[in-house]
Design a protein around this ligand. Structure first.
Ligand SMILES: [Zn+2]
Length: 337
């Protein structure tokens, strides 16, 4: 059973001569369905990941977004498309379906999946801009800011303009690719946005726009259960007490341009007639909300503006300055606790 322990150490995949079995024994195991032979001289456990197996059968290893998924990262894009890397000296022979990359690795020592930082750098260079940015945010959010710095530095060595744009647009508070797209569209329209804003009395919201409109992008999987359903309603009431407008969009309805148009209407209306917080809201809470709103950022790169289809710098007649943060007004003077 030595061959099983070797296979398990290697993503369920190894060369025949690493397994300590004769050719006859190997043939027998394949006939009995206990092993598969995805390519000449290669053997795999039946449960081995089909993408990794295919990458090896094509003379390479799992790379780019396919490698990130194998490392447990939930990255956007079509997971059925295989991304693999072959050594750059590889002669162009077998070419299967999928996206083929080249890499300068003489021998990866049986590591059939590209290491996570290498795979992330590759994905930045491979995927369309918004998909790359959302991937960077989702992976760096869980793996730490050191990884973000490392990846930006390595991308800059190859494509400095792309790295600079990623550095402008990246926001580790983002929780989904849809949210990333909407945030960039709002900023491209000149609006100030805080992603993942923590508002006193409400908690973390997806996006706070111009200090007065909360945009929540709700996936049914998370927001469909009873507990979350109740929490959402409590949060909406807390927002109303603070004079904030809450706009909820289902994932499927969160078309970036449509969201910007709707948010812009509310921002414009609130500038003329800002909602007042209730008198019972303590001034300290309004002060904290103002501090959160002041972090609003409206920078976006040219690549982001082009990708989201908002290039004019303003939309719906909303000027890009002058936030409508709720004034402390009557609440500041009337509150006694
Ligand atoms: Zn790729």
């Amino acid at each position: 059973m030595r061959h099983l322990s070797v296979l398990r150490q290697r993503h369920g995949l190894a060369r025949g001569n690493e397994l300590g079995l004769t050719k006859r024994q190997l043939r027998l195991l394949v006939e009995r369905g206990e092993l598969r032979s995805p390519a000449r001289g290669w053997y795999a456990l039946p449960e081995a990941d089909p993408h990794t197996t295919r990458a090896v059968a094509l003379g390479g290893r799992l790379a780019c977004v396919s490698a990130l998924r194998s490392h447990g990262c939930d990255v956007p894009g079509d997971a059925s498309v295989l991304h693999y890397a072959v050594p750059s000296h590889h002669r162009v022979r077998r070419r299967g379906p999928g996206v083929r990359h080249f890499e300068d690795v003489a021998d990866h020592g049986g590591a059939y999946v590209q290491p996570l930082p290498d795979a992330l750098v590759r994905a930045m260079l491979c995927r369309p801009y918004l998909e790359a940015l959302a991937t960077l945010e989702l992976v760096a959010r869980t793996r730490g800011p050191e990884l973000l710095e490392d990846v930006l530095r390595r991308v800059a060595a190859v494509r400095s303009g792309l790295a600079a744009d990623l550095a402008t647009d990246v926001d580790l508070a983002s929780r989904s690719a849809v949210e990333t797209r909407v945030r960039l569209a709002l900023r491209a329209a000149g609006l100030h946005v805080v992603a993942g804003a923590r508002i006193p009395g409400i908690g973390e919201v997806d996006l706070l726009v111009e200090g007065c409109v909360i945009v929540e992008i709700d996936g049914f999987a998370y927001h469909g259960d009873r507990k979350q359903y109740r929490a959402d309603r409590r949060r909406d009431r807390a927002a109303a007490r603070l004079g904030l407008v809450v706009l909820r969009f289902a994932f499927e309805d969160a078309d970036a341009v449509a969201v910007v148009a709707e948010v812009a209407l509310h921002v414009a209306a609130l500038r003329h007639h800002p909602h007042q917080p209730l008198r019972s809201v303590p001034p300290a809470v309004i002060h904290q909300l103002r501090e959160v709103a002041a972090r609003g950022e409206n920078r976006s790169s040219w690549r982001a503006r082009k990708a989201v289809g908002v290039t004019g710098g303003r939309i719906g007649g909303v000027p890009s300055d002058g936030a409508a943060v709720p004034s402390a007004g009557p609440a500041a003077t009337a509150t006694t606790g």
